[in-house]
Design a protein around this ligand. Sequence first.
Ligand code: E4P
Length: 213
Amino acid sequence: MNIFLDTASLEEIREFADLIDGVTTNPTLVAREGRPFRELVAEICRLVRGPVSAEVTALDVEGMVAQARDLAKIADNVVIKIPMGRAGVRAVRKLSAEGIATNVTLVFSPVQALWAAKAGATYVSPFVGRIDDRAGDGMEIVAQILRIYENYRYDTQLIVASIRHVRHVVEAALLGAPIATMPYKVVRELFDHPLTDLGIERFLSDWKGVPQG
Ligand code: E4P
């Protein structure tokens, strides 16, 4: 499973740039950084070899396409995040015909993901955490999308998004999701276990009793 970092923080990206497979941003994450959008995306694209999603803010087809074409010029690894909806699906159709990579975002149902794939989206991002927040079952939606994509052999790759905790990552991997994007805190936690720390501590203290020579 590919692991993407869901952040626009250069500091967080630098820490894991050698290990992660890509980055996703969104307008909220970009706003936290207080830097011009294009400049920030360009810097992220230099740090990361994999795909970097940058989101359009226009709501009409022509506006989305214009912003997408402009963002796509920043670097070869830019992926254009397009919000789901009728305008979004139409914009994705145009962009995929031009060979511009897209990530359909704010997906909450399997039929939305079906439209994204039919339009030729490169990626689709169901938001599992936000579904769970409203007492839904985000991973059930992921399982349904994966099944639909397999049924019709769509090439669109699913990114499990809005991940809140390590359990979401485990569930995504068990379902065979190709990609999961997660906050810095969750990426860090994927490496940790208290028994690993205790084990290292114990080995090192026992090692002190080994005669050196
Ligand atoms: C995905 O691409 C989004 O940026 C992100 O996962 C949204 O997560 P949130 O629901 O924690 O804001």
